[in-house]
Design a protein around this ligand. Structure first.
Ligand SMILES: [Zn+2]
Ligand SMILES: [Zn+2]
Length: 701
């Protein structure tokens, strides 16, 4: 007897087919079964989606093979993928296949069998036990009690150093002990932060559950490692999965707890393909898993500076809040948050890079054998190189942006398309040799600091060792594998006096000896056209401040310096008091008045084309054909505009903002509009349109 099965496969982008395809099979296949099926001339991996579809008369191609020895993907997983595809306006097959480890796609049935055997032979490695865990503080104990007693979702709002990780560890422990099948998923925003967290989790859980009970999942792993982790999670042998945003799609049949650390971090939002938010999907997944298993799957978001969306959702239930807010305002060990000092750069001579009082403060730290950290969110030596005689500037020939001057290798590099050239000996326009850097990046700050400290000796050091040691950490200094780990180790070992870097160094690292943190030039974000810029700046500064005085004994003496031309700004007033709630409430009031998220819902449609005119014409034409669509009466469609950097690698980019007070009206509209966008692209008669994409709940507007 022949069965008909519907199978989800990855189809080419902008394919007219969007849903599952039908195949025949000589056996009944359960939904979620992994199969290989013919597609055109090749064979591809697919997931059986629906229970046996209606047999139809058409001649269907047969399923080529079934991946044996692996349980079908669960109903909750399939529903999560289906929801993500629908909500983020992508093809089901794209989201489903992207959620599986890449190597799974490449193995045929025979290779697959060998792979499974190899896995079962792998022996677990023993791990060293950690020292007995610390007793929870009263705040931690209260938070944990509520996590046990209530269903969540929870927003753990804990200041830096309040011990949020200890709460995660204990919540995971409780979930795993309560049920021998239970699994926990713990997400962090950056790959760089996984080793540190992994170490703590291994030390805590390996003795009781075995080293193999914990796996990682992120894009820095080899395809073979990713497949091994995925299998361990899928079979339930991994009790804990630690990963970046992609881990939200891990198949975990016993999932009972999802932790999203630093939930405000923009890296939880995928910026290409299916532009999903792993944090938002985590909330949805928690509900799905609870419904399917009949047991609570709790979701715990954590941050010292929650996203305004999560903060708003965690308002009192009486006011409509949907999350439980758990507050941990104190630092462990009664440590204090650093004092915030604002330097009014309006009072300094023009072009001052570092104010004298800040330099003196850094010098005093060095003299005491402490470390300082300077934050400048711009890498390279100078953002622009300019000619002193004519108006030549280091514009990128392929982008509407300047190439950045990197002094280390004397190159001009475009940070958008990657185009790089050696710095010209003379001005390409007029031949003058007087080319000068304009503005400052981390390289220049590093050089400046090294010069300023030239005559100053470190206490208790001899000869060459007397020099003040300045280290820069940014995307350039850490390009090579292992470089970041090595540089961080230098900081931890005390081989660095002054650390200079981009926001990379502000995130999560536990630097015990840093007692002074300074933001050198954060003003750009105060007047950005992006309404989320102040929120991101506040989070960054709070997080950076949190790097200072991690050692409770130094907390009281530690400082956060901010150089600004706007010391009266409300953002800095709140920062001085470490008052996130005041900042958040102020921002939320502004957003409510302006009907901005979270008080409205947005989507962006972006179009890439050969010319700006074509990109905009495409969007305009598609939107004028959309006025009758369902939901259109509740949706505001803004005119097409160029993106902030409108040309990248010779491609012109435009976007159109769609806004609605109703999430469901927006969803309805977007779903219907997809077909219009497809047909406008195909039949609209506009030449040179390369691609388009919808970004739902965009983070960068
Ligand atoms: Zn010139
Ligand atoms: Zn470029």
């Amino acid at each position: 007897m022949l069965f008909t099965v519907s199978v989800v496969v990855q189809l080419p982008a902008h394919s007219a087919l969007a849903g599952p395809l039908s195949y025949s099979s000589d056996q009944a296949l359960e939904p979620g079964t992994l199969v290989r099926v013919p597609l055109g001339r090749r064979e591809t991996l697919g997931v059986v989606w629906d229970a046996a579809a209606q047999p139809d008369g058409a001649q269907l191609k047969p399923v080529a093979s079934v991946l044996e020895g692996i349980a079908p993907l669960g109903a909750a997983w399939r529903q999560l993928v289906g929801f993500a595809a629908g909500y983020y306006q992508r093809a089901l097959g794209e989201v489903a296949l992207a959620a599986l480890p890449p190597q799974l796609r490449e193995l045929d049935a025979a290779q697959w069998q060998r792979r499974l055997q190899r896995k079962s032979r792998k022996a677990a490695v023993a791990a060293a036990a950690e020292a007995p865990p610390p007793e929870p503080t009263e705040e931690q104990a209260q938070a944990l009690a509520r996590i046990q007693a209530e269903d969540g979702p929870f927003l753990l709002y804990g200041s830096t150093g309040s011990g949020k990780t200890e709460v995660y560890l204990r919540a995971v422990q409780e979930a795993l002990v309560a049920d021998p099948q239970a699994q926990a998923l713990v997400m962090v925003p950056e790959i760089n932060l996984t080793p540190q967290l992994e170490e703590r989790f291994v030390a805590r859980f390996a003795p009781a559950f075995g080293r193999h009970a914990l796996v990682s999942m992120h894009s820095g792993m080899t395809p073979a490692q990713r497949l091994a982790s995925w299998l361990a999670a899928h079979t339930g042998s991994a009790r804990i999965v630690l990963g970046t945003r992609m881990a939200v799609f891990a198949s975990m049949p016993g999932l009972r707890l999802i932790v999203v650390d630093e939930e405000h971090d923009p890296s939880y939002k995928q910026q290409e393909g299916a532009r999903y938010s792993a944090r938002d999907l985590a909330i949805y997944r928690g509900r799905l898993e609870s419904r399917h298993s009949g047991q609570p799957c709790r979701v715990l978001l954590g941050s010292a500076t929650p996203s305004l969306e999560s903060w708003h959702h965690s308002r009192p239930a009486a006011d409509g809040g949907k999350y439980q807010r758990l507050a941990m305002p104190s630092r462990v060990g009664a440590g204090r948050l650093p004092a915030v000092r604002l330097v009014d750069m309006g009072q300094q001579p023009r072009n001052t890079q570092l104010a004298p009082q800040l330099m003196a403060a850094i010098g005093a730290r060095i003299a005491r054998g402490e470390q300082a950290m300077l934050l400048l969110n711009r890498r390279g030596y100078a953002p622009v190189l300019a000619c002193g005689s004519c108006d030549w500037k280091s514009a990128c020939p392929h982008c509407s942006a300047y190439r950045v001057f990197h002094k280390v290798d004397r190159s001009l590099r475009c940070h958008h398309c990657g185009f790089a050239e050696r710095v010209p000996r003379a001005c390409p326009e007029c031949g003058d040799v007087d080319l000068a850097p304009v503005g400052r990046g981390t390289e220049r700050l590093e050089e400046h600091l090294t010069q300023l400290f030239e005559g100053i000796a470190r206490p208790g050091a001899e000869g060459e060792d007397r020099r003040v040691r300045v280290l820069r950490i940014d995307a350039d200094s850490t390009r090579h594998k292992g470089a970041l780990e090595e540089q961080l180790a230098q900081v931890h070992a005390g081989a660095v006096d002054v650390l200079v870097g981009t926001q990379m160094i502000a995130k999560g690292h536990d630097f015990r000896r840093i007692t002074l943190v300074a933001a050198v030039n954060p003003d750009g974000a105060l007047f950005s056209s992006d309404f989320r810029a102040p929120e991101r700046l506040f989070a960054l500064l709070m997080q950076a401040a949190g790097r200072a005085g991690r050692d409770a004994s130094q907390g009281a003496a530690s400082e956060m310096w901010v150089q600004t031309a706007h010391p009266q700004h409300a953002l800095f007033a709140a920062l001085r008091r470490h008052d996130y709630p005041a900042f958040a409430d102020g921002q939320l009031a502004e957003r409510m008045q302006a009907a901005m998220p979270p008080f409205s819902f947005q989507a962006l449609v972006r179009a890439d084309a050969r010319t700006q005119q074509a990109a905009q014409a495409f969007l305009t034409q598609a939107s004028s054909a959309a006025t009758e669509l369902p939901g259109a009466d509740q949706v505001l469609v803004y005119p097409a505009v160029p993106t902030a950097i409108q040309r990248v690698a010779n491609v012109e980019r435009a976007q159109m903002l769609i806004e609605s007070a109703s999430r469901s009206a927006l969803q309805q509209f977007l779903a219907a509009w997809q077909a219009v966008l497809h047909s406008t692209r195909r039949d609209g008669g506009i030449e040179g349109v390369l691609r388009w994409a919808i970004d739902v709940d965009p983070l960068m507007v």
